[in-house]
Design a protein around this ligand. Structure first.
Ligand SMILES: Nc1nc2c(c(=O)[nH]1)N[C@H]1C(S)=C(S)[C@@H](COP(=O)(O)O)O[C@H]1N2
Ligand SMILES: [Mo]
Length: 319
């Protein structure tokens, strides 16, 4: 595992093993005949790595433009506490999510683009340069975490897609396979999970397409093999296990918006001063600590994203 364990619940960011130390340890493990996956990784991560031909690309170099003022949430918490309704409408879905088959995995790019295309996930990943970024994550349910994601800027996918000038939004879709993901047998949900961003949001520096976490391919329960991270928005925008990007003129309707439009909107920007219909958003519980901290406007990323919303008075930007 990339992060050195320390006693207690917490581990400062500085305790994350630097890349060269990790690589040396990897060389040592190989020389001594010990399996890296078996010895160092929690089971969920190890299984995902075994199926993933691009596993050799991790760990990727950290982009130090995206660091944190807070400690990284140890992987064990994020691996055991997940929202992934395709596998159940509770947090303990990590075991069930191991049924997710992540290869072969095709990603379709369609809609208002110069040419529609379908790429294998490994082909897509190899077109990109992977980097690691430390991001906060704030769930609408008022808990938060801090994660070392690996992936590539969403802007690079938009560049690859070459959208037409008529395209204003990107609609994203998760896989649809009720036999594999029993949550999708719950027919009162509008499967597949859908999310959307404006093209301006998708090409903002912060919008990140995740293929890895904690220095390894991203675990299945965390949305392998491709998920979104938009850290200034509530976590439900960060759609998991994406199979399709459609460029559209019309604003897509997202999964939660379709279920409960009075509580979950399209924009979903984090704002401590705008309560959810049923609870306050003023503070958040930091996963794994029991600690409550104040929530920040745009989850602390206002400098990078506030300008995206300057001409949208009248829109419900914060739900
Ligand atoms: N396809 C899909 N994506 C999803 C969800 C989901 O249920 N299905 N839940 C969302 C919510 S509410 C959150 S908070 C994050 C949780 O990510 P994590 O399990 O890695 O913490 O995933 C988001 N992406
Ligand atoms: Mo969430």
């Amino acid at each position: 595992m990339l992060i050195r364990r320390k006693p207690g619940w917490w581990m400062p960011e500085s305790a994350a093993t630097p890349r060269d130390v990790f690589l040396n340890r990897r060389a040592f493990m190989a020389a001594s005949g010990v399996s890296i996956a078996g010895a160092l990784l929690p089971a969920g991560i190890a299984r995902a790595a075994g199926e993933d031909p691009t596993a050799v690309l991790y760990p990727a170099a950290r982009n130090t433009a995206f660091t944190l003022d807070r400690e990284i949430t140890p992987a064990k918490f994020n691996l055991a506490f997940n929202n992934f309704y395709e596998f159940g409408s509770h947090k303990q879905i990590s075991k069930a999510a191991q049924a997710l088959k992540i290869r072969p995995w095709e990603v379709k790019i369609d809609g208002a683009v110069e040419q529609e295309m379908t790429l294998g996930i490994d082909e897509l990943i190899r077109k990109m340069t992977l980097e690691e970024r430390l991001y906060r994550h704030r769930c609408v349910e008022a808990w938060s975490m801090a994660v070392p994601w690996t992936g590539f800027p969403f802007a690079k996918l938009v560049e690859l897609a070459r959208p037409l000038s008529t395209a204003k939004y990107v609609r994203m879709e998760t896989f649809q396979d009720p036999a594999m993901a029993p949550g999708q047998k719950q027919s009162w949900y509008p499967w597949p999970y859908v999310e959307g961003l404006t093209i301006e949001e998708a090409t903002n520096d912060l919008a990140f397409l995740v293929t890895g976490a904690y220095g390894e391919p991203v675990a299945k329960q965390m949305g392998a093999p491709l998920r979104l991270a938009t850290p200034w928005k509530y976590g439900f925008k960060s759609i998991k296990s994406i199979v399709r990007f459609s460029f559209t003129e019309e604003r897509p309707q997202s999964f939660w918006e379709e279920i409960l439009p009075s509580e979950y909107g399209f924009w979903a920007n984090v704002n401590p001063e705008v309560p959810h219909a049923r609870w306050s958003q003023a503070s958040e519980e930091v996963l794994g600590t029991g600690e409550k901290v104040p929530t920040l406007l745009y989850n602390g990323y206002g400098e990078q994203v506030a300008s995206l919303y300057s001409n949208l008075e009248g829109e419900s930007l914060y739900m």
